[in-house]
Design a binder for this molecule. Sequence first.
Ligand code: F6P
Ligand code: MN
Length: 314
Amino acid sequence: MPYSEAGKTKFQIDLRRHLRNQNIEDNLVHLICEIAEASKYVINAVRTGDLGVAGTSNLYGEEQLALDVLSDRIIRKRLIHSGVVCNIASEEMDEIFQAQANAAGLYSVAYDPLDGSSLVDVNLAVGTIVSIYVGCDLLQEGRNQVAAMYILYGPRVSLVYSVGNGVHEFTMNHLMEFTLTRENVQMKPAGDIYSPGGLRNKYSEGVEKYVRYLEAKGSKLRYSGGFVPDINQVLMKGKGLFMYPALNGSPNGKLRLLFELNPMAYLVENAGGSATNGKQRILDLKPESLDQRAPIFIGCAEDVAKAMEYVNGG
Ligand code: F6P
Ligand code: MN
């Protein structure tokens, strides 16, 4: 079916075709398409898999894996078989998994297989987040990513990616193909929604004042507790910000740099927004360990700049 944009009728563009027009290596096109394929099995597990925790049995007495563990295996297998990946790290793994030794033309991938997985129990949206680097080093600054993407499992399944040349959204159709629905998503300079993570009574004085400032200017609270849908709302509406600040007792907040913050910061920056930990750009942080966490303020550039002023006592 054709879709219409700015008065012109166009034919649907699928993910592979769109990627081929991005002027990137064939191996990267292949890798992103493989991850998109894997997501079809993840959404199937999310939609129809038994709820509950690892170690329980299903109707047939077969042992069930928790959805996050299952999603991790689905994606890891696909990455290994892609033939273009050397190192793999995921939120579900304790250490780096080497799929192939260092060789030219390979990529490394850090991913969160099923972010917010406990939300499936209450039927809220969840997602997969992916960060891609050239070569085998996964402990490098996020600014070196060559691609980032997420797949959002909501009422519809959407895939949002960037290879450094704009941010593009695809939606899964009835044939489970991803077709282009928004090209070159752009964030406005400022917005009127905010998505604040963590416990407010553990916020610093600066962050508490910033929230009061947002409330006073009429920003609406929009928080689902799922990082992917919450970021997707800010990014697709092009307005507002998401934050997960430092908390009293958790100076680095909650979210992880490699699997959550870097890929989202890359996407939001590519749409004209910004992302900071309050002092430094997220994409300039040098990761020292796989499970490193950082506070984050991410979204419209002016909203993020204002957050920094408040956080730093201005
Ligand atoms: O990965 C952790 C996560 O579930 C994110 O999806 C979400 O943004 C965050 O935690 C929510 O945390 P909290 O319940 O502390 O606000
Ligand atoms: Mn997560």
